[in-house]
Design a protein around this ligand. Structure first.
Ligand code: ADP
Ligand code: MG
Length: 359
């Protein structure tokens, strides 16, 4: 039977924090760490999955698949969604290997979904338009695994392009890529403090954003400007939350212009502004993330840094000069430990290609 392989990268959110559920825009990048899948088609409807570094073989049958709280729910969900959508998926065997840390905010979940999806297109010779592939992977995570996530992670893993930022309009579901100036890389530093997005804070922020949109009389905060917000009367806390989202959308559009001007310095400045807004307006930062951003921004060769992802713990991302990244990583880890007593973990990343570019 036919055999094939695939690779899908993790991603980092660069600007556009919490904009997704506000109909907004976001900039991300795929990184050079990710998940590889290798497999072969079978003549029956059986599925057999293994993952290096995780014990156990997971067996399934396409006709009777149901989630069971295992790591394999992510790839099995993708197989089921593709099958149920009408693509010619039959039984198969696949093994995953990864150099992407799990749960570090680099979206290993999207990487395993996308690596599975692309592997299946190759094993069973069918094509799916890239944006639809992203939507189907998201559907698997939302409906099969039961995790509500936006489209950014899957889009980034699919559309990523070496040394490019990915622009996603969450409302229109359109994607564009813009090149970075040469010689920049990304340093992702995990604070060692687990992110607890499931907590009430996330839902509270959502509700406050929706409340602000309602007061402003717009369908979503995407449709409001800073000027409109400044002139509006609403509770001070809700106004600050809205200021973050509206500011983030504006920063994303400004950042695109800076990329067109090959200006990494101006891009980095927006990242620092974004973090400040997280601290002051959205209050989704933590003292650990603040320390990491401050320490990073004080290093030579760092253009800017900010928290990445949901916040309330997790990781920061810094845009850095690649020639200095090694030194920056070591210094940030050391100073962070000295200041907070936490072991931060720095991941040096190149901006890499998405899954469809890898053969
Ligand atoms: P992340 O922020 O990395 O996306 P998630 O909790 O969303 O964290 O997804 C992590 C899940 O993805 C794991 O619990 C597991 O089910 C799956 N996963 C990630 N990497 C692997 C891997 N190498 N092998 C098997 N499953 C993986
Ligand atoms: Mg995830």
């Amino acid at each position: 039977m036919q055999s094939a392989s695939s690779f899908a990268p993790g991603r980092v959110e660069l600007l556009g924090n919490h904009t997704d559920y506000n109909g907004g825009v976001v900039l991300s990048a795929a990184i050079n760490l990710g998940i590889s899948a290798r497999g072969r088609a079978r003549a029956d409807e059986k599925i057999r999955l293994t993952s290096e570094g995780l014990s156990g073989v997971v067996n399934g049958d396409l006709e009777t698949l149901a989630p069971n709280d295992s790591w394999a729910d992510y790839p099995l969900g993708v197989a089921k969604v593709l099958h149920d959508t009408g693509f010619p998926v039959a039984g198969f065997e696949a093994n995953f290997s990864s150099n992407l840390p799990l749960g570090a905010g680099l979206s290993s979940s999207a990487a395993i979904e996308v690596s599975m999806a692309v592997l299946l297109t190759r094993l069973f010779n069918f094509e799916v338009p890239p944006i639809d592939l992203a939507r189907l992977c998201r559907k698997a995570e939302n409906e099969y695994v039961g995790v509500s996530c936006g489209l950014l992670d899957q889009v980034s893993s699919i559309f990523g392009k070496k040394d490019h930022a990915i622009f996603l309009d969450c409302r229109a579901e359109t994607v564009e890529t813009f090149p970075f100036p040469p010689g920049v890389g990304l340093l992702v530093v995990h604070s060692g403090v687990k992110h607890a997005l499931s907590g009430g804070e996330y839902n509270e922020r959502r509700d406050q954003c929706f409340e602000a949109a309602e007061i402003l009389g717009v369908p979503a905060l995407r449709d409001a400007t800073s000027e409109q917000l400044a002139a509006a009367v609403m509770p001070a806390l809700v106004k600050r939350r809205a200021a973050h989202i509206i500011g983030e959308n504006e920063r994303v559009f400004q950042a695109v212009e800076h990329l067109k001007d090959h200006d990494a310095v101006a891009f980095g400045k927006l990242m620092r502004e974004s973090h400040r807004s997280s601290m002051e307006n959205f209050e989704n930062s933590t003292p650990e993330l603040d320390a990491l951003v401050e320490i990073s921004c004080a290093q030579e060769g760092v253009y800017g840094a900010r928290l990445t992802g949901g916040g309330f713990g997790g990781a920061i991302v810094a845009l850095v000069s690649l020639s200095l990244i090694d030194n920056i990583a070591k210094t940030v880890e050391a100073e962070y430990f000295e200041r907070t007593g936490h072991n931060g973990k720095a991941y040096q990343c190149l901006i890499g290609d998405g899954a469809l570019v890898h053969e």
